[in-house]
Design a protein around this ligand. Structure first.
Ligand code: GDP
Ligand code: ZN
Length: 455
């Protein structure tokens, strides 16, 4: 494919040792040639491909900077087109001036993600790999970056291709059966069809199972600390963050608002939310806090439910009732003040063993992190040596494929082969959309608009 010539500053806004202006498209070399001079090469066309050439950059006739220029010839470049990268000094003004000079000489400003979009359109990457690049750029934790790197390398693409291959073979066998049945060619049996569908389904399930962990490492685990006033919620948050963030006091109800902090447990962002006690109150400010608490609990992926070791109150039970349908862990705090409740009682009341801690004496707090980790990774990190689905779009397409295959399986003995193959083709279509073999222009635009400019 041939496109017009685009340009952008591809390094972050700000000052740095160097900054890079990237130009891509059929005229990129010609355009760059108009703004540079080189002592060593008579023209930009004489500079060898992928050679770091020292050049002088001119804006009209004014010398503006010294730079390194690298030429890439299609298709061996990031975008698959002719690309020129100009590495100048990294000042905002100089980068802007070079970019504007490039634009005046025949390029246009690149849209967000346009370089990567071209890489996709020119077949340098499939869609899931292009999406991996967004994730690599945006990764806030090492785990997410690692997973995205695998996706970029094509680990996910390979798995998707395997599923597509099974469906493609199945569809062609069925089609052959339909064509040749009059000529008494062996027709594919329902058992054979079922076997292929099951193999594909099994692979789809395995990928879908990774989504929960995938989503966790991407979006974080929204973890809400609840308990009656004064049980030690704010103290716990501070202790886990190892810094004084929320206000800790002796006055019940002082944590009046919802406070969110992010804890990194083995690469998984845990968004910790400290809440006001969930109790009836007349105080307006506190009441707003209580309402927010209930909202936070609603969206929680995990609840840390806290009680005190000197006894369980009616209020504790009420609070427990409002969270018991969530995934939760039970902390029994202030053991330094004495323990008037047994593990058995905790288990009976809250359907789960409690973790007995003393925040004041710093006892058993490592068990809290461990419990959070275990609760989060309940689905376990199995499959992590493979690749995790972190993208909602991928998950939804896999679910769609799963439904089409389930429907085909259900109708296996009741509908003719040509009808059956419609479901199979739809399943294949959904699978293909993950790697972008058959996506609409609209979808492509939507995905690449999530990139930043210059990428
Ligand atoms: P919150 O209302 O649930 O947020 O409770 P805070 O974290 O504000 O704590 C209330 C009071 O209990 C503060 O005075 C804390 O210092 C105290 N506290 C917290 N944890 C412990 C503990 O393990 N032992 C003792 N003795 N006091 C604690
Ligand atoms: Zn508090």
């Amino acid at each position: 494919m041939e496109f017009d010539t685009i340009a952008a500053i591809s390094t972050p806004i700000g000052t740095g040792g160097i900054g890079i202006i990237r130009i891509s498209g059929q005229n990129s070399i010609e355009v760059a040639g108009k703004i540079i001079k080189s002592k060593r090469f008579n023209s930009i066309y004489d500079i060898p491909v992928r050679y770091a050439a020292l050049v002088e950059v001119y804006d009209n006739d004014e010398f503006i900077d010294q730079a390194i220029l690298i030429k890439f010839k299609a298709p061996h470049s990031y975008t698959g087109e002719d690309v020129v990268e100009i590495q100048s000094h990294g000042g905002m003004v100089v980068l802007r001036r070079i970019l504007e000079a490039v634009i005046r000489n025949g390029a246009r400003h690149a849209m967000p993600g346009e370089f990567t979009k071209r890489a996709f359109l020119n077949g340098r990457l499939d869609l899931s790999q292009a999406e991996a690049i967004i994730d690599i750029i945006n990764s806030k934790t090492e785990l997410l970056q690692k997973n995205a790197a695998k996706q970029l390398k094509g680990v996910l693409s390979k798995k998707i291709d395997e599923i597509a291959e099974i469906l493609l073979n199945l569809i062609s066998s069925i089609e052959a059966s339909i064509d040749f049945s009059e000529h008494e060619v062996d027709e594919i049996s329902p058992q054979e069809i079922e076997k292929s569908i099951d193999t594909a389904l099994e692979k789809i399930y395995r990928l879908l199972k990774t989504y929960e962990t995938g989503k966790a490492i991407k979006s974080g685990i929204y973890t809400v600390i609840v308990g009656r006033p004064n049980v030690g919620k704010s103290s716990l948050l501070n202790r886990l963050l190892k810094e004084e963030r929320s206000i800790v006091t002796d006055i019940p109800g002082t944590t009046r608002d919802v406070i969110e902090e992010v804890l990194d447990i083995e690469g998984i962002p845990i968004i910790l939310v400290d809440t006001a006690g969930v109790r009836q109150t007349e105080d307006v400010v506190e009441r707003i806090g209580v309402e927010r608490t209930l909202k936070s609990v609603e969206r929680a992926d995990l609840v840390i439910f806290m009680v005190e070791s000197d006894g369980i109150t009616k209020e504790d039970i009420e609070i427990f009732n409002s969270i018991k349908n969530k995934k939760y862990i039970v902390l029994v705090n202030k053991t330094d003040k004495g323990i008037n409740i047994s593990q058995d009682e905790i288990k009976k009341l809250f359907n789960k063993e409690g973790i007995f801690i003393s925040i004041a004496k710093d006892e058993n707090l490592e068990l809290v992190e461990k419990a959070i980790k275990e609760a989060v990774l309940e689905q376990n990190i199995e499959g992590f040596d493979e690749v995790l689905i972190t993208n909602l779009r991928h998950k939804e397409l896999l679910l769609k494929a799963k439904e089409f295959l389930a429907s085909a399986k259900q109708n296996l003995y009741s509908v003719p082969l040509d009808i059956l193959s419609i479901d199979l083709k739809n399943a294949l279509d959904s699978i293909y959309q993950i790697t972008g073999k058959n996506v609409t222009e609209d979808m492509v635009d939507r995905i690449f608009s999530m990139f930043c400019i210059g990428k």
